[in-house]
Design a protein around this ligand. Structure first.
Ligand SMILES: Nc1nc2c(ncn2[C@@H]2O[C@H](COP(=O)(O)OP(=O)(O)OP(=O)(O)O)[C@@H](O)[C@H]2O)c(=O)[nH]1
Ligand SMILES: [Mg+2]
Length: 304
């Protein structure tokens, strides 16, 4: 087993034990019956796969049973693995701007992990030899700037900030300008957590998106939605609202290690059509990994 696989396996232990572990015990040596289908459906929904994805998977499995003439429920295990894997697509490459800096906005609801993810991404990009700058566009919470500055100091990244309660658009603009002036490769802009249902806050986010475009014609190059996997299906509503407001280009899934409902990954891919780029598997700066669909499947189906 490679390092990547064991890392994912550890990170996804909660999901694999609770949600998918129960699927594994359901699919024992019994005959395939109506009850098995009902129970499997309920377990997949509990694992946060989403209703649509669950019905699609069940339908595909039933087709498979008819075609292959399967009788025992344990014969469904490998078919389920194949079905789940096929719904994740391939690992996504993240590309950078031709004329730097690449400007990346991090958006999401309160506490989803934006600031921590900014730090983790910063550390990652530095390790790849890139020059990074942070923009503290969360001017709403006094401690927010400080939180990013602590990270900046720790990983040696400059932070552009404004006075308390200043305009987040102005901070974002200044960050991009500083990025251009200092020959930076990647400008990571941390924004304030906001509820997707708050009209004014979503308008403010649109403004940040517009304003960075004035400092660099192609900016933002990416808008990454940071989603907390412990939130459950409500996260899907949030994601839809963010997608409507700003041009979300990808998702960072956080707290997979604390969540027993990693099935959220499938709902995001299938119901929102957004690529999952990175996953948070812990609180430490090195705990952000590129989303690897094969390792993810191995991790959640560890009990199979
Ligand atoms: N276990 C775990 N904890 C995480 C992960 N990512 C973030 N956290 C924790 O989640 C909490 C909130 O993280 P922040 O980065 O401050 O979240 P935020 O989205 O910036 O929050 P606001 O700015 O208040 O909206 C912190 O305690 C983080 O350590 C993760 O992948 N795994
Ligand atoms: Mg924050």
């Amino acid at each position: 087993m490679t390092d990547t696989f064991s890392r994912w396996r550890n990170g996804l232990a909660k999901t694999s034990k609770s949600a998918f572990g129960r699927v594994a015990s359901l699919l024992g040596a019994t005959e395939i019956s109506v009850e098995i289908w009902d129970d499997l459906e309920a377990l997949l929904i509990q694992a946060d796969l989403g209703i649509e994805t669950t019905s699609d998977v069940i339908e595909a499995l039933q087709g498979h049973v008819r075609e292959m003439g399967l009788l025992r429920s344990d014969e469904l295990k490998s078919a389920l693995r194949t079905e789940l894997r096929s719904r994740l697509g391939e690992q996504q490459e993240v590309s950078f701007a031709d004329s730097p800096p690449s400007v990346i906005l991090l958006v999401g609801v309160n506490g989803s992990g934006k600031t921590t993810s900014a730090a983790k991404l910063g550390a990652r990009f530095i390790a790849e030899g890139k020059k990074v700058i942070f923009g503290a566009a969360d001017t709403f919470r006094a401690a927010a700037v400080e939180q990013l500055e602590v990270w900046g100091e720790r990983i040696d990244v400059d932070v552009i900030a404004g006075p308390p309660e200043s305009d987040p658009g102005a901070v974002a603009y200044n960050t991009v300008q500083a990025g251009i002036a200092r020959g930076i490769d990647i400008a990571l802009i941390d924004t304030a957590g906001r509820l997707h249902t708050r009209f004014n806050l979503m308008e403010e986010l649109k403004k940040v998106e517009r304003v960075v475009g004035k400092a660099h014609p192609d900016a933002p190059h990416a808008v990454w939605l940071v989603m907390d996997t412990t939130t459950g299906q409500n996260a899907l509503q949030q994601a839809r609202a963010f997608k409507e407001a700003v041009g979300v280009t990808g998702v960072i899934l956080t707290k997979l290690d604390s969540s027993a409902r990693g099935g959220m990954v499938f709902a995001i891919r299938n119901e929102l059509g957004l690529p999952i780029l990175y996953a948070g598997l812990g609180e430490k700066v090195e705990d952000l990994t590129i989303f690897d669909p094969d390792a993810f499947i191995e991790g959640i189906l560890a009990a199979f």
